[in-house]
Structures are given as C-alpha cells and as structure tokens.
Design a protein around this ligand. Structure first.
Ligand SMILES: [Zn+2]
Length: 70
C-alpha cells in the first residue's frame, strides 16, 4: 500500500479472503502519531490495536504510580 493508493477502490486479496471494491484509507493514531494506509478493515484493526495498547500502557503507568513510582 502506498500514499498514491489513498482514496482508491481496489479488490484486495487477504489471508482471510478477498475484499472487493475496498476503499484505501489513511488513519493515524492521535496518541502516538503512527499512520496506517490500507483497507477500512485494516484501519479498524490499527485504531483498535493502538487504543488497546495505549490504554494498557497508561494503565500500567497508573499502577506503577499508585505503587510508589519507579
Ligand atoms: Zn498509537
């Protein structure tokens, strides 16, 4: 996937099956600024994965602080 692909409609073969007429989108994570270019399904996984990761890390930091810091 490249920047030129953003906004294009493609049929993409994945490990799970074929995405017919999938729109290529670009999303970024507001927490760390990482960007993703790919299908909406991939973007959903990217966003959800980052959200889960950042929440996990934040929670770990909070627990550390509660226990008296590092
Ligand atoms: Zn992130």
């Amino acid at each position: 996937m490249k920047e030129e692909d953003i906004g294009k409609i493609k049929t993409i073969e994945t490990a799970e099956g074929i995405c017919i007429e999938a729109e290529i989108v670009r999303v970024y994570c507001p927490a760390c600024g990482e960007e993703f270019i790919g299908t909406k399904r991939g973007a959903g996984g990217f966003v959800a994965g980052h959200q889960a990761y950042h929440e996990f890390v934040n929670r770990q930091d909070m627990i550390m602080n509660e226990m008296g810091g590092v």
